[in-house]
Design a protein around this ligand. Structure first.
Ligand SMILES: Nc1ncnc2c1ncn2[C@@H]1O[C@H](COP(=O)(O)OP(=O)(O)OP(=O)(O)O)[C@@H](O)[C@H]1O
Ligand SMILES: [Mg+2]
Length: 295
């Protein structure tokens, strides 16, 4: 039985992005078309320079298309003006960044509250929602910590809590586990998958690692700016498949006690941005961090 009602939440048609560098033209995304269903975990998988981040940034409205269409929730993203795009992002989109992009001067709780400030959620409710979300990612005992007082994995869990706290319909993530060790990577992947499946949220995640792509329902293989192939691992239009994956994600979600015990203050610290820059980037929904640029 197939549920034909599942919404095509992202539709990309003949998307093309050409960068001009002096006289040189770089075709980063070349006539790409695909669809992503509501509630699907979709991975853009490809080697370095294949155009994954460009494609993600085009979908998020951070980069402008050269030609083609990107329709999210029925809205043509490239046609939107900056004001409407900013409102659209606040309402429907969440972002997880490879380098966390947390604000150093703020505590974990304040960082997670941040997206709710823009949504004008009242202080008391904001605090409660952020606290609940931090408990869900296993950081109930780190709420007052600033980013520098947390391990890399804990910081990324704050990043996930921040991305998901406002329950956005779509979460974009560019190599969200790129700075984490293998064990923490798996915890973070299980966490993202569990939260998204539970709330029927759509994830679009960029990775170069086929092992991480196995968390996805749909893998879009990107090669030299084009789509090599699309693999559907779970057909979520099948209600039985849909239900089974929710149950699997619940079972695989890391236990809070395990997450707490994995806190290791000796883990390597990562570079952080200044607060002003972080605020600007958060507002813009940009994830072009210096880490990613130098990959
Ligand atoms: N702002 C830019 N100006 C010019 N060329 C760019 C720009 N951004 C990306 N490119 C080029 O576009 C191509 C695709 O880059 P993109 O960042 O999308 O790759 P990627 O698949 O995300 O790679 P990685 O895994 O290394 O992050 C590359 O050849 C890159 O050099
Ligand atoms: Mg990239």
């Amino acid at each position: 039985m197939v549920n034909k009602e599942v919404e095509k939440v992202i539709v990309v048609r003949n998307a093309k992005k050409v960068y001009r560098m002096g006289t040189e033209q770089i075709v980063a995304v070349n006539d790409v078309s695909f669809e992503i269903l509501k509630g699907e975990f979709c991975c853009l998988l490809g080697t370095s320079g294949s155009g994954k981040s460009t494609l993600l940034n085009l979908m998020a409205g951070i980069e402008k298309l050269t030609s083609g269409q990107i329709i999210i929730k029925g809205k043509n993203i490239p046609k939107m003006n900056e004001t409407n795009l900013a409102k659209f992002r606040q309402r429907y989109l969440g972002f997880v960044f490879q380098s966390y992009n947390l604000m150093n001067s703020m505590t974990a709780l304040e960082n997670v509250e941040f997206p709710l400030v823009f949504k004008r959620v009242r202080t008391k409710k904001r605090k409660k929602l952020a606290q609940d979300m931090l408990v869900q990612v296993g950081l109930g005992n780190r709420m007052g910590h600033k980013p520098k007082e947390m391990s890399g994995g804990q910081q990324q869990r704050v990043g996930i809590a921040r991305a998901f706290v406002a329950k956005p319909e779509i979460v974009f993530a560019d190599e969200p586990t790129g700075n984490l060790d293998t064990k923490t990577t798996m915890e973070v992947m299980n966490l993202i998958q569990a939260i998204a499946r539970e709330n029927n949220q759509t994830i679009v995640m960029v990775t170069h690692d086929p092992r991480l792509a196995s968390y996805a329902d749909r893998i879009i293989h990107v090669l030299d700016g084009e789509i090599e192939k699309v693999e559907v691992l779970h057909d979520i239009t099948d209600p039985e498949v849909y239900q089974r994956r929710v149950e699997e994600a619940r079972a695989a979600a890391p236990k809070l006690s395990e997450l707490e015990s994995s806190a290791d203050p000796k883990k390597k610290k990562h570079g952080h941005k200044g607060k002003k820059k972080a605020v600007q980037e958060m507002k813009a929904g940009s994830e072009q961090s210096s880490d990613q640029k130098t990959q």
